[in-house]
Design a protein around this ligand. Structure first.
Ligand SMILES: [Zn+2]
Length: 406
């Protein structure tokens, strides 16, 4: 090989290598680094290799000359949001192997990243579908959030919810009903082995007809929850009514995936009991407003959120996107403002899920060393909580995965 050919070969090799990512500086925003942190106006956040390298006031952080600058003057900067209750069950997301990368990216943007979500917890879909979507995100083929999944849910025997039956029929999915306690425990092991990050139980399944709500037997809840905990996985419950809440909280469930207005207002001592047991609540208030029913007034759900927050319990933000086909988060923020203040809402979006799901060392706050998952808002939630829905840009691992106007 001549020297020239060797040099050409080397040049081709270098060209084929990914360029070293340049540092990114987000400049000029009002920064809320954490729910309990004072605002920093005219801030700088410097990102190196997908992590936050420095945080401070303009002038207090040296920005390399060749850094990419994001002019964020007039915007509000927070840590990336978590949506702790979604479903990867739209027609496109439940069969992602048939979707192009572009179509998948568009669907994830419309549902999640466009609303500032850099992490989502999928509370029932299929392990195969969820794994396919997240592998295409981690491969870099598709822009999308970090996906945690509960995979296939656990319904009581005979308890596939009325609204879920058409999905099982249309997509020819195997039943997710519990056949026996042993079989359910074995399925926990299998799903964790396949990558499940949590386990979802329908402790109160809406089956309609004369039964109405089918409650999961306590022994099954206890056995499944214990197996999930043995693997270090959190257990979620769809409770529906008082019996569904009770069997969940008394048998090891960690997180109620909905409030339960059907059971009425929560007295302070009941809310204290939930907080003592470290049971967290995902309010999904807009769900109850979107499907109004006399028996489930949203005002009761708002009261339950307020009662648990006042008792010191954990609130996790979640919308049930995927079951809900309205993805705009404005209504959820408007309703939550009736129960908790904007800083508590920011905690429900960031620090609380990061802590509950074992990532508080890497996500949930803006601080040196943390993953650069960030949201820029066009508006200040301190003034109007619906500003949390006015997302101007979403960054994951320091890269913009959504920009308003694109
Ligand atoms: Zn749901």
């Amino acid at each position: 090989m001549t020297w020239v050919r060797l040099l050409l070969a080397l040049a081709a090799l270098v060209a084929a290598m990914p360029a070293a990512a340049r540092d990114v500086a987000v400049v000029g925003a009002r920064l809320y680094a954490a729910p309990d942190a004072a605002a920093i106006d005219d801030s700088i956040v410097l990102i190196h290799d997908g992590r936050i390298a420095a945080v401070g006031r303009h002038g207090g952080v040296a920005v390399p000359d060749d850094a990419d600058r994001i002019d964020a003057r007039g915007k509000v900067l927070t840590a990336g949001f978590w949506n702790s209750h979604v479903h990867l069950t739209t027609d496109l997301l439940i069969a992602p192997d048939r979707a192009s990368d572009a179509a998948l990216g568009d669907a994830l943007a419309a549902m999640f990243t466009r609303w500032g979500f850099t992490t989502i917890f999928d509370l029932a879909s299929t392990m195969a579908g969820a794994n396919e979507i997240r592998s295409r995100i981690t491969d870099g083929r598709v822009a999308g959030p970090q996906i945690l999944t509960a995979g296939e849910p656990f319904y009581p025997t005979g308890g596939t919810p009325v609204y879920a039956r058409p999905i099982y029929a249309q997509h020819r999915l195997p039943s997710a009903e519990i056949r026996s306690t042993d079989e359910a425990v074995a399925r926990v092991d299998r799903q964790v082995g396949e990558g499940a990050d949590g386990i979802k139980l329908f402790t109160g399944a809406i089956v309609g007809g004369e039964t109405g709500v089918l409650v999961m037997p306590a022994a099954q809840v206890r056995a499944i929850a214990a197996e999930a905990h043995r693997h270090g996985r959190p257990v979620f419950a769809h409770p529906t009514n008082g019996a569904g809440v009770q069997v969940a909280v008394e048998n090891g469930v960690d997180i109620l995936a909905h409030s339960a207005p059907l059971m009425g207002a929560w007295p302070a001592d009941f809310a204290h009991d939930l907080a003592q047991r470290h049971v967290a609540l995902i309010p999904t208030l807009s769900l109850f407003e979107h499907y109004p029913a006399e028996a489930t007034p949203v005002a009761i759900a708002v009261q339950q959120v307020r009662a648990l927050a006042e008792a010191g319990g954990d609130i996790l933000f979640g919308t049930d996107a995927g079951f809900m086909d309205v993805y705009d988060t404005s209504a959820e923020y408007r309703l939550l403002a009736g129960a908790i203040d904007w800083r508590a809402i920011l905690a429900a979006l960031t620090t609380t899920p990061a802590r509950r799901f074992g990532q508080s060392g890497s996500r949930g706050r803006i601080a040196p060393g943390m993953v650069a998952d960030l949201v820029l808002l066009d508006g200040d939630p301190a003034r109007d909580t619906t500003a949390f829905a006015h997302v101007w840009m979403t960054l994951k691992d320091g890269r913009a995965i959504f920009r308003a106007g694109d």
